[in-house]
Design a protein around this ligand. Sequence first.
Ligand code: HEM
Length: 194
Amino acid sequence: MTLFYLAAYPQYMDHLRDEVDRVVREHGWTKAALDEMHKVDSFLREVMRASGMTTGTMSRKAVKDYTFSDGTFVPAGTYLMAPTSAIYTDDTVYPNAVEFNPWRFSDMRNQGEHVKLVNTNLNFLSFGHGYHACPGRFFAVSEMKIILAHIVATYDVKMEQEGVIPTPIMIGHVCVPSRKAEILVRKKLPSQMA
Ligand code: HEM
């Protein structure tokens, strides 16, 4: 999905590339470099938010009657999910939520908010939250950052039609990237590489 966003919005490529070139020049391809890639991190988190990935997450079954602090009563046997897509498209949570803003989270981070991709909170549930939050996310995020950083450092990518994300397939509540979409990929010339 990230590749589709990267290709659909090529105007962000140079910002990512500048960041990757700068931190890799300073730290090499190391964990320290990944930690410095705030824009790469933000881009990935914004793709997870904007694309939704799932309409809901953290499925649970109530094993006994439960009343939430606001009075909501959940009888035993009820299945529940946290409504990720409702949260991710709520303008009061994410201003101008409909807009893909790749620097949304790096800007928030600059203001002192804990919104690195590995950070979970009630407004970002793609890795779950609380006691059962995904323990594999630290590994997964490092992998995703390495792949995105490598792509921007090595290739130019674009979609035939700018600004259009190929329609995903919904399987139940899970959003699967289109398997038919095509992306134009061109390897950068050696002289363009850092
Ligand atoms: C982008 C990649 C990934 C995403 C989006 C993701 C998402 C999630 C989510 C949403 C949960 C919480 C489910 C819940 O509360 O019901 C979860 C749990 C879990 N994830 Fe991941 N995950 C990813 C990668 C990984 C990887 C790479 C591993 C292992 C190497 C992993 C291992 C686990 C385990 C063991 C749990 C269960 C934790 C528990 O129940 O206490 N995940 N994941």
